[in-house]
Design a protein around this ligand. Structure first.
Ligand code: SF4
Length: 371
């Protein structure tokens, strides 16, 4: 669907509105039921203290139009919208909408575009800066931890590409990109430049080969086949690329023969690894996902509520069985289990891959393994 771009539709009609409009976030585009806002990020490279993880993260956008039912990143959007609303930076009709629609839906409908991301990153990574030196010691930058960097907005705003152009000027980094979109192949030229001077891995997310099922779960994401084609193109150009089969949805995408077909297919397309883990359901994601299950898969609703009432994770037996099953599949199709960066980290901390290196297949049936 074409995205209509506008310099701003917040331009004041009346002089007294001028002062207020200067503080408002400009709307820079609209697409069907999605609105895009320009926002100026104060920083773009989130360090390990901010992420709580062993890597640095970059998210060119806030919010994600792909709208996956299970998305765990929805919770972060709530605070962005609330902050903007409290600071009186949203136009009246948007502020009303913020009140009207639930935060999990705002995540898909109000997308913030960090248009100054490349400038900020260039300043942050100036040669010899503290962050630049820290990254040269081997810590990874992961692009796309909370929103997809190649969601539809990227086709027009090219923020992700501008970030990659900056990274292409800095040798010796470890960079990971996570996406569901074949749009990443548009940037093969700059990705190839990065791969020549740094360690680059692309993680394509793919949880099923079933197009109709994918459409129900990830309604606006590219088709599974488009992702497999993108994988093949990346591999043809020598870029390290594999598959994140994450999250595996209990009772929905965990049929063993379907998972085997997926691993077989992506190994034929040249994937360098397959990683997998079971669904984790945090607070905001739960508000979207459990009603979705009730509507789309009502026969699973009771079991989901029972399983995830005990915590954010599926049961231990289920997760261990899943890890063993994927490890067995990866061995069968001659493909690595877990990405290069995960395997390198596991060299330092073998417990990280413990779950992914067991060898005995357990029962994957949701009806028995989660109880
Ligand atoms: S593509 Fe990723 S960030 Fe976007 S909605 Fe899906 S899971 Fe969330």
């Amino acid at each position: 669907m074409p995205l209509s771009l506008a310099a701003s539709h917040t331009l004041p009609l009346f002089p007294e509105a001028v002062q207020r409009s200067l503080r408002q976030l400009p709307v820079i585009g609209a697409q069907s039921d999605i609105t895009y806002y320009s926002t100026h990020a104060r920083s773009i490279l989130n360090d390990t203290r901010a992420t709580g993880m062993a890597y640095w993260s970059i998210n060119p956008y806030i919010g994600c139009a792909f709208g996956c039912a299970y998305c765990y990143a929805r919770y972060a959007h709530r605070y962005v919208m609330e902050r903007a609303s409290a600071a009186d930076r949203l136009v009246d009709d948007t502020a009303v909408e913020v009140e009207r629609i639930p935060p999990w839906l705002a995540f898909e409908r109000h997308i913030f575009v960090k248009r100054n991301a490349a400038d900020i990153l260039a300043r942050t990574l100036r040669f010899g800066s503290d962050k630049h030196l820290a990254l040269l010691k081997g810590e990874s930058i992961v692009i796309g931890t909370a929103t997809d960097p190649y969601q539809p907005a990227e086709r027009h705003f090219k923020v992700t590409r501008s970030i990659l152009e900056v990274l292409a000027e800095h040798p010796g980094l470890r960079i990971v990109i996570i996406t569901k979109s074949a749009l990443i192949t548009r940037d093969i030229d700059v990705l190839s430049r990065i791969a020549r001077i740094s360690e680059l891995t692309v993680h394509l997310s793919l949880i099923t080969l079933d197009r109709a099922l994918a459409r129900r779960i990830e309604p606006r994401a590219p088709t599974p086949e488009a992702r497999v084609r993108a994988l093949a193109r990346l591999r043809e150009t020598g870029i390290d690329a594999g598959i994140n089969c994450m999250p595996v949805l209990p009772g929905i995408t965990d049929n063993p023969s379907d998972l085997e077909a997926l691993v077989k297919r992506v190994s034929e397309a040249g994937a360098t690894y397959v990683g997998a883990c079971a669904l984790r359901l945090q607070h905001e994601a739960r508000k979207r996902y459990l009603p979705f299950i009730e509507q789309e898969f009502p026969h699973l609703a009771g079991r989901y509520r029972a399983t995830y009432s005990r915590g954010n994770h599926a049961g231990d037996r289920y997760r261990a069985g899943l890890a063993r099953f994927f490890d067995m599949l990866c061995k069968r199709y001659g493909i690595n289990s877990g990405s290069r960066s995960m395997r390198d980290d596991a060299d330092d901390d073998p417990s990280m891959l413990e779950a992914a290196t067991a060898t005995v297949q357990l029962d994957l049936a949701f009806s028995t393994a989660t109880t």
